[in-house]
Design a protein around this ligand. Structure first.
Ligand SMILES: Cc1ncc(C[n+]2csc(CCOP(=O)(O)OP(=O)(O)O)c2C)c(N)n1
Length: 318
């Protein structure tokens, strides 16, 4: 089923929020209000927005450290997200996780994981638990293309196929794993062929196009829900910034970056909605609303308390 104009506008708002939230975070990082790592998702918004729009409340989402957008798409609070970046007690992981470890149990957002590929078997485990308990929920696992040659990726997909688990693996192929282009780690540019070894269903998706993003995810998610079968989806996408704030991204050309910016997911969506009768004033209203949310989130984060020193041992097992 394709997206209605209303739903696409809702997702435009969500994608605009992802982008402005991160631009604001980048600003706070340069002001030294945010410490540690900060990996931005700017350029990839149509992937998280489209895929997560195809999930239901009872489904779960798990991802790598580039996690802010997925958290927001699952309904995570911008205030608690920004406060997490600022290391504050009011953060979604109580200020203990920071950028890479967002978590939101209420919205079945299961992180935010820093070790490349290590969350893939966890996704298989979440799918196994749902199947074992006879629930009809699906686990959607996002990962980068840098994770598809790593051991836990194969372990996770092998078990998902063998035990017919309701998991959708979404590879966000943004072409670079830190500074390493994909052709240096894979003999093929087609990441989806990794699905053939297990085997499981697969598809390659234009990650800049929100409609395709949603439609392909919906097919895979419903396959998982109705037939308890996994799928590997490859989304072709691009990150505009470096790997993290510390990376000047000198390993790629300005021309290459511009080519992707010409297919910016927000602009593409706007270009599709305008001929459908959505006027500039509608976008302006959405964008103004998002600006207020982002300013409010930053103020909330700045004014929130630090975790108390005596709470240092809380949430630590040993
Ligand atoms: C097991 C492991 N090895 C190395 C690293 C260091 N590292 C962090 S991110 C990264 C690149 C991952 O790239 P990709 O999976 O394509 O995701 P992207 O950053 O593009 O979203 C590496 C090698 C790590 N975190 N974990």
């Amino acid at each position: 089923m394709s997206l209605s104009i209303e739903k696409r506008l809702e997702l435009y708002e969500q994608m605009y929020l992802m982008r402005r939230f991160e631009e604001s975070a980048a600003q706070s990082y340069t002001e030294r209000k945010i410490g540690g790592f900060l990996h931005l998702y700017i350029g990839q918004e149509a992937v998280a927005a489209g895929v997560i729009a195809a999930t239901r409340k009872e489904d779960s989402v798990i991802t790598s450290y580039r996690d802010h957008a997925h958290y927001l798409a699952r309904g995570g609070s911008p205030r608690a997200g920004m406060a997490e970046l600022f290391g504050k007690e009011t953060g979604c992981s109580k200020g203990r996780g920071g950028s890479m470890h967002f978590f939101d149990v209420e919205n079945n957002f299961l992180g935010g994981w820093g070790i490349v590929g290590a969350h893939v078997p966890l996704a298989a485990g979440v799918g196994f638990a749902a199947k074992y308990k006879g629930e009809k929920s699906v686990c959607v696992c996002f990962l980068g293309e840098g994770a598809v040659s790593i051991g836990p990726f194969h372990e996770g997909l092998c078990l998902a196929a063998l035990w017919k688990l309701p998991v959708v693996f979404v590879v966000e192929n943004n072409r670079y794993a830190m500074g390493t282009p994909i052709h240096r780690t894979m003999t093929s540019e087609d990441v989806s062929i990794r699905a053939l070894s297990y085997p499981m269903a697969r598809a390659t998706v234009d990650g800049c196009d929100l409609d395709q993003s949603y439609e392909q995810a919906q097919i895979a998610i419903e396959r998982a829900r109705n037939e308890s079968l996994p799928t590997l989806l490859e989304y072709k996408t691009y990150r505009y910034r470096g790997h993290s704030m510390a990376d000047p991204a000198k390993y790629r050309t300005k021309e290459e970056l511009q080519e992707w910016k010409d297919r910016d997911p927000l602009l593409l969506l706007k270009a599709k909605l305008e001929p459908a009768g959505v006027g500039v004033e509608v976008f302006k209203e959405i964008e103004d609303k998002v600006e207020r949310i982002v300013v409010d989130a930053k103020e909330f984060a700045e004014n929130s308390p630090e975790p108390a020193p005596e709470s240092l041992g809380d949430y630590v097992y040993v």
